[in-house]
Design a protein around this ligand. Structure first.
Ligand SMILES: *[C@@H]1O[C@H](CO)[C@@H](O)[C@H](O)[C@H]1NC(C)=O
Ligand SMILES: *[C@@H]1O[C@H](CO)[C@@H](O)[C@H](O)[C@H]1NC(C)=O
Ligand SMILES: *[C@@H]1O[C@H](CO)[C@@H](O)[C@H](O)[C@H]1NC(C)=O
Ligand SMILES: *[C@@H]1O[C@H](CO)[C@@H](O)[C@H](O)[C@H]1NC(C)=O
Ligand SMILES: *[C@@H]1O[C@H](CO)[C@@H](O)[C@H](O)[C@H]1NC(C)=O
Ligand SMILES: *[C@@H]1O[C@H](CO)[C@@H](O)[C@H](O)[C@H]1NC(C)=O
Ligand SMILES: *[C@@H]1O[C@H](CO)[C@@H](O)[C@H](O)[C@H]1NC(C)=O
Length: 504
């Protein structure tokens, strides 16, 4: 569901999310001659509908697909991934050993029974460095008759430190004492923090899931050779399944009679296996969405999300896996999930560039906003291919505006949105046309690539699955004007634990 990522200085209130959506035919070809910049705006709102040829079903990969099956033996590592720590000199390597269990009277594996070791180095042979980490097992338990419990394989996280910036490292992970080490993998560290030091390409994707469309998104994304993948929530969609493995395109309608919102946790393992070829090389940074909530016994939530991924939350001074920050060259990322109260937190954030790109991801479609001269550009990277329906209807079309009382937020309480207080829709719940703040929107599966060129220019490109690899669905330079919009770093110490990382 919701989260945003920010290159920069969010002195800004969170974007108001409009939950519903879409369609008005109008089309905008990407001008082949010159890429427009945000300084050319504000632009007339444009809506591009999903072409009718692309309305095929989004089907989940079945458990019989070879890409989701377990191919290792015994306690050999699987689901290997790399994620960043808070700066260039450190990364996390994560993997899983042993088999998950699901059913009645399961007995969790002992996480201490398999060691967490990474051997790594700049040369393939010998891998001269060694690091050790920690391991854990999580359970997803349902104290209700007929529902099956799940206990994960052993999840390992090891942090490598003292790495050189922008450098290729080789690694193997596992437990050498039982001859269960992985093959050799490699990753590249990010550039050192500082101005004029940027990664080439950052991929952004949301609501990924594990459908055939997901496989198309991930292969397009990998072809773009990103240095980093940022996944802004809604990962495996294991919560569209009952514990017996029966799935649905709309959980709330089909399974409304179950005593708790069930999940089928093996879908997470399938996701980890499917993603390994990409994320064992390219660092993946994740922040939670509503599909990661996964309630279980004792009101526990987000267990799979918090257990499976490594986050630099302690390194960045956060007390929760729900928000954290990290540096990639001259870019400071602030990852804010939707499941934590931000009032104090937002005040305590100090930053860097005011050049901005935020993506507030909720709606299953793509949208880019216009902006005030010094304000941020909001980008919704709607849908990476998940099984739920893509949003193709807009609340601002005739007859589509819902009654405010039908939009309660069952998780956080209250209502998701309230009536507009200013602008042409003041006092109303919906606009009667595509809002002026919306520059471009379309229903498509895809991913975005952000290329920060220098301290003032970042190129944003939306890559739709239906297009050829080199073609852009939407493209714009996000331009910062430091002389007109100077940065006045303001550090407010409301949270003692908060570490502020100013980059100059
Ligand atoms: C999703 O994939 C199916 C085939 O698996 C295809 O028919 C459909 O057009 C795809 N949807 C989009 C929006 O790309
Ligand atoms: C699952 O775990 C819960 C909590 O420990 C327990 O109450 C329940 O009986 C277990 N269910 C099965 C099928 O083993
Ligand atoms: C799973 O449970 C649902 C609801 O009880 C049932 O309709 C479905 O057939 C079950 N699926 C399997 C594979 O047993
Ligand atoms: C779980 O949450 C419900 C509803 O908020 C509450 O009534 C219940 O006491 C909680 N149970 C536990 C074990 O905390
Ligand atoms: C940075 O962006 C914020 C958010 O829109 C804006 O209010 C502010 O004027 C910009 N400039 C500075 C120096 O903060
Ligand atoms: C909000 O807007 C709706 C129409 O869009 C209107 O019916 C309702 O009365 C408004 N609520 C308030 C509190 O103004
Ligand atoms: C920053 O990059 C943009 C786009 O590549 C370029 O047009 C501009 O001249 C660059 N600015 C500086 C100061 O290098």
């Amino acid at each position: 569901m919701a989260c945003f990522l920010s290159l920069t200085k969010p002195t800004i209130p969170l974007f108001v999310s409009l939950l519903l959506l879409l369609l008005l035919p109008l089309s905008m070809g990407i001008s082949s001659s010159k890429i427009r910049t945000t300084l050319d705006g504000p632009f007339e709102p444009v809506t591009v509908p999903l072409p009718s040829g692309f309305r095929g079903l989004t089907l989940d990969l079945p458990d019989t697909d070879p890409r989701v099956q377990r191919t290792v033996k015994g306690f050999e590592p699987e689901q290997i991934s790399v994620s960043l720590s808070s700066s260039h000199d450190s990364v996390w390597i994560s993997w899983i050993t042993g088999e998950f269990q699901i059913g009645d009277n399961i007995k969790p594996l002992n996480p201490k029974s398999v060691a967490s070791v990474v051997r790594y180095g700049k040369l393939r042979f010998p891998l001269s460095h060694r690091a050790t980490g920690y391991s854990l097992v999580y359970n997803q338990l349902y104290p209700f008759e007929g529902l099956q419990n799940y206990s994960s394989g052993i999840i390992h996280h090891v942090r490598l430190t003292g790495l050189k910036p922008d450098t290729l490292y080789y690694y193997r992970c596992g437990d050498p004492s039982i001859s269960a080490m992985s093959n050799i993998h490699y990753f590249r560290t990010v550039p050192a923090s500082g101005p004029r030091s940027y990664p080439k390409r950052i991929a952004l994707v949301g609501d990924l899931g594990l459908t055939y469309n997901t496989t198309s998104t991930v292969s397009h994304l990998a072809r773009n050779n990103p240095d980093l993948i940022v996944l802004v929530g809604d990962v495996s969609y294991a919560n569209l399944y009952l514990t017996n493995g029966t799935g649905s395109d709309c959980y709330s309608c089909d399974f409304s009679h179950t005593p708790i919102h069930e999940t089928y946790q093996p879908r997470w393992d399938y996701w980890g296996r499917f993603m390994q070829p990409v994320v064992s090389k390219v660092p993946l940074m994740v922040v939670e969405g509503n599909h990661e909530l996964e309630e279980q016994a004792k009101n526990m939530t987000f267990m799979s999300y918090s257990s499976r991924f490594a986050f630099p939350y302690e390194e960045s001074g956060s007390s929760s896996t729900f928000y954290y920050s990290f540096n990639v060259g001259g870019i400071h990322f602030i990852m804010l999930g939707a499941y934590i109260a931000y009032e104090k937190l937002l005040l305590s954030i100090s930053v860097v560039l005011n050049l901005t790109s935020q993506s507030y991801q909720q709606v299953h479609a793509y949208e880019r906003s216009n902006r005030d001269p010094c304000g941020p550009v909001y980008i919704t990277v709607g849908d990476g291919g998940n099984r739920e329906k893509m949003a193709t209807a807009h609340a601002d079309e005739p007859g589509n505006c819902p009654d405010p009382s039908t939009t309660p937020d069952p998780i956080m309480g209250g209502f998701c949105v309230s009536n507009f207080t200013s602008g042409p829709a003041a006092g109303k719940f919906c606009w009667d046309r595509q809002p002026d703040y919306s520059a471009y929107r379309e229903s498509s599966f895809g991913h975005g690539i952000l290329e920060v060129k220098n301290e003032t220019h970042a190129l944003w490109t939306w890559h739709r699955n239906q297009d050829m690899y080199k073609k852009a669905g939407d493209q714009i330079y996000i331009v910062r004007q430091p002389h007109k919009c100077p940065i006045r770093p303001k550090v407010i110490q409301t949270l003692e634990r908060r570490k502020v990382i100013p980059i100059t």
